[in-house]
Ligand binder design. Sequence first.
Ligand code: TXA
Ligand code: MG
Length: 334
Amino acid sequence: MKTEILKAVPESLDKAAWYLKNGEIVAIPTETVYGLAGNGLSASSVKKIFEAKGRPADNPLILHIADIGSLYEYAENVPELALKLAEKFWAGSLTMIMKKKDTVPLETSGGLDTVAFRMPNNIWTLQLIKKCGFPLAAPSANLSGLPSPTCAEHVFRDMNEKIPLIIDGGQCKCGLESTVITFIDNGVKILRPGAVTPEMLSEFCEVTVDKSVTEGLSDKCKAASPGMKYKHYSPKAEVYLIECDSKDKFVDFVNENSDDNTYILSDFTEKIKAHILPYGETPNKEATELFSSLRKADDMGAKKIYVKAPSKKGIGLAVYNRLIRAAAFKVIKL
Ligand code: TXA
Ligand code: MG
């Protein structure tokens, strides 16, 4: 199957809608990362998503909707708080898990009785959902385990010949996947941090952050979010997260431990005697550039990547969460 890349314009959306209505899957732009979309109400479409990504069938998908009212078609007992948060943060990078109705097949929810919802902040994808008339199930459009795609070219690398069409909406503004929350007694629990930060959510309710966000899960411990138990976001190179309190210590460490195949993700270049990939300056830029820099390191033949651990404040928590998984929890404390 030849994979076509078409710029996001009304005609290409018609083509994407045609494929989706006929049970095919296509890649779509969102403000977070590109998604691999299929009809979320069709078990056979959803199966194609799992196959193309090589994703374990017990890792549930997010349903992308274009209006808040759709929640009532697919979720049982929509919490009051969910509506408040949807009004504030949708369209945007917040995914909310609720009890599912039988209208949603178990294939979509990975066998769970809950399902995740998000309204993406991308005009083209919102139009596409409306054209289809059904919610789009869409995980990130990367091969399972690799960094999520933040431009059409990344999707093409992973999905060429597996899907008929990629809608090219340009570079993703956020660059990290959405915040995933679940509702608990007096508030919400963050299962995956993203651009909607704990600080932002705590203006509305009590917020707890699941342990797995910053720590590895032991085999005995059941993941609240199945996606959290897999090694994730990893380039081919070995990633090491360096925790230290000063720039100088970081520079000394990388200079002593680098060879010609070592790459450093860093927002400063002074004194570093190793290959440097662009990354950072602000926490938001770190988020936008992280996945594309990890992919770039692989393109350049990197064997080892060192990154200074970010602060866990604000969106920094999301960057930390992706990095520590990319590093398979290899942290060097200086
Ligand atoms: O920004 C995003 O969320 C992107 C774009 C395309 O919307 N999508 C995305 O999907 O990152 P995916 O499948 O790569 O990640 C969804 C995460 C996984 O960790 C999955 O386990 C979790 O959400 N998840 C989905 N449904 C769930 C549920 N019912 N219960 C617990 N976790 C769930
Ligand atoms: Mg993913």
